[in-house]
Design a protein around this ligand. Structure first.
Ligand SMILES: Cc1cc2nc3c(=O)[nH]c(=O)nc-3n(C[C@H](O)[C@H](O)[C@H](O)COP(=O)(O)O)c2cc1C
Length: 296
């Protein structure tokens, strides 16, 4: 249970790695997913950062997309109608710049149907100001409680690993009224072309994702699990059933698959298909029985 939200299963597609789902049309039966978090939308359209905006590293992807999107009005008019036909939960990801924008988002969302929950993205490393709410527990509490007061929708708060104590930040989100924590967003990184003496990304720094960040994500999930009572959606380098099971044992009640969607578009489905056997191996019937049972 994530507030009043119940997923048919605990495998979801992470924001920014599944487009607005139209991009994945025909690849597999999307209705099998627990849910989709489409690309984050901002109040106004954003063109994003200057290219190049992605670069491959040894075991991860570095991106500096910079929340390129067409804004909330376009999302509600042109993307949501298709998303609502997919037969899975739709969790809108929004990134308000401040509490005033939060109120406007709240008003707009109160006028529509078809959205099952909101993921508040306070953790994008590629936009100035975007991450401030995820680096200070009081600021995090404030933006979450502002939004909490204007919507009845279940509220997920997506946190950044680029902080010294993610447990403390998650407590701020919980106190503000979050129903769940999504963790983690990307890890701030840099890829350098030494011959040209420049960053390989147009924006300089970027966010690292994929297999390289799984140990960081697991550490964060464990710290959050110890800090709060609300459920956690684990994210970071998940591609296989083994990855997903590691997150459940560590403390996640559901998982989101991100970068793996790019190089293995059916990764979500493979995890779902393998889940019953993995649970059977541990002698349990459902995930709730194993969440957080890591001996540590
Ligand atoms: C190209 C790209 C774009 C992303 N865009 C968003 C976004 O718009 N909003 C968001 O909350 N996270 C975004 N993310 C972060 C992912 O949702 C996820 O939190 C992160 O990549 C870690 O998971 P992974 O290792 O499975 O990719 C993006 C990641 C990538 C690789």
């Amino acid at each position: 249970m994530f507030g009043s939200l119940i997923f048919q299963n605990p495998v979801l597609a992470a924001s920014g790695t599944f487009g607005y789902a139209g991009e994945m049309r025909g690849v597999f039966d999307i209705s099998r997913l627990g849910g989709i978090i489409p690309k984050t939308v901002t109040l106004y359209p954003r063109t994003g950062n200057i290219p190049p905006r992605t670069v491959e590293t040894a075991s991860g992807l570095l991106n500096s997309i910079g929340l390129d999107n067409d804004g909330i009005d376009d999302f509600l008019c042109n993307k949501l109608p298709y998303l609502t036909t997919l037969g899975t939960k739709i969790i809108i990801s929004i990134a308000p710049k401040n509490t005033e924008e939060c109120l406007i988002f709240g008003e707009k969302l109160s006028l529509i149907t078809g959205i099952d929950a909101v993921e508040l993205n306070v953790s994008c490393p590629n936009v100035s100001g975007g991450i401030d709410f995820a680096t200070d527990p009081k600021l995090c509490e404030k933006i979450v409680s502002t939004f909490r007061h204007i919507t009845l929708l279940p509220l997920l708060v997506k946190l950044s690993p680029n902080v010294s104590d993610i447990g403390e930040i998650s407590r701020g989100a919980e106190q503000g009224g979050a129903n769940a924590i999504s963790a983690i967003n990307t890890c701030l990184g840099l890829s350098v072309d030494w011959r040209k003496r420049c960053s390989r990304l147009g924006n300089g720094f970027g966010g690292l994702s994929g297999p390289a960040i799984k140990p960081i994500a697991l550490r964060c999930v464990r710290q959050i699990f110890k800090a709060v009572k609300i459920p956690i959606l684990g994210i970071g380098g998940i591609e296989t059933i083994d990855d997903a099971m590691e997150f459940f044992i560590t403390g996640a009640s559901a998982v989101q698959i991100g970068t793996a969607n790019f190089y293995n578009p059916t990764a979500t489905l493979q995890i779902l298909n393998a889940l019953p056997n993995a649970l059977n191996e541990l002698g349990v019937k459902n995930i709730a029985e194993i969440v957080g049972t890591l001996e540590m």
